[in-house]
Design a binder for this molecule. Structure first.
Ligand SMILES: Nc1ncnc2c1ncn2[C@@H]1O[C@H](COP(=O)(O)OP(=O)(O)O)[C@@H](O)[C@H]1O
Ligand SMILES: [Mg+2]
Length: 257
């Protein structure tokens, strides 16, 4: 299984929007897809119309209680897309995990042997133990970067964390790409930011850029991914392009899925 952590310790950069829409795009292309909501705010869960507080298990039970994945998964309205939802309890996990044995390897253990082609992990906006679990469970990291003046600020800290995870827990993990989000064509600054980011990070940056698009922000209130809510809006088309580009960057054996 290809496991992609969607992470950036900054909040509001498009992690959840990217995780939900890329997962939906992959599912639509026939990949058996799992999305793990690892943010206590549960935005990926509500964005898929799932209220985790109403039901039994969630990413908290998967991680902290070691409950089997099959018992933590819910199916969504999207064919091929399953979800491990998040509950607010997960905010306590950051502290509970400190005391636990193999505290960064718990998510990886929970996902081991899962029968999906691809798994996306929507991370919380921090570099704490939840995100470390995601980076340790993942073989790829996808970083959404908002096209704003301070876009690159904080990225060096994220890259340092990636190096530490590679050295200590997960030597195989690598950055699959950096996705520029909330690009505003009418704003010259975002052009400048995008040029700067490409100058610094080169080919790591996906060519497809996600525009600022109000449909992307409306869709979650309908409990639907934008790609389903309005498949033809500019944001949905950008995420479909991004998904195709992502597939090109994945190991050969999976492209046929
Ligand atoms: N490309 C976009 N255009 C417009 N709004 C967006 C876009 N991407 C995300 N948003 C909105 O911005 C807010 C933050 O995005 P989100 O994906 O939740 O970021 P994060 O998970 O990094 O905190 C949300 O309200 C979301 O709906
Ligand atoms: Mg989020």
């Amino acid at each position: 299984m290809i496991t992609i952590a969607v992470a950036n310790q900054k909040g509001g950069v498009g992690k959840t929007t990217s995780a939900v829409n890329l997962a939906t795009a992959m599912a639509a292309m026939g990949w058996r897809t799992l999305l793990v909501d690892l943010d206590p705010q549960g935005n990926a869960s509500t964005g898929l119309g799932v209220n985790a507080e109403d039901r039994g298990n969630s990413s908290y039970e998967l991680l902290v209680d070691g409950i089997a994945l099959e018992e933590c998964v819910v199916s969504t309205a999207i064919p091929n897309l399953d979800l491990v939802p998040a509950k607010v309890d997960l905010s306590g996990a950051e502290i509970e995990l400190v005391e636990m044995h193999d505290r960064t390897g718990l998510l990886g253990a929970g996902l081991a042997g899962a029968g999906y082609d691809i798994c996306f992990i929507d991370c919380p906006p921090s570099l704490g133990l939840l995100t470390l679990n995601a980076l340790t469970a993942a073989n790829k990291l996808l970083v959404p970067l908002q096209c704003e003046f301070y876009a690159l600020e904080g990225l060096s800290q994220l890259l340092r964390t990636v190096e530490q995870v590679r050295e200590r827990f997960n030597p195989e993990m690598e950055i699959v790409g950096i996705a520029l989000t909330m690009f505003d064509r009418r704003n010259r600054l975002t052009d400048q930011v995008s040029d700067d980011v490409r100058g610094v990070l080169g080919k790591l940056v996906f060519e497809s850029v996600v525009p600022r698009n109000v449909r992307l922000s409306e869709a979650p209130s309908h409990g639907l991914p934008a790609i389903v809510y309005d498949h033809n809006c500019s944001g949905s088309r950008a995420y479909m392009d991004l998904a195709r580009e992502l597939i090109e960057r994945l190991p050969e054996r999976r492209k046929a899925a």
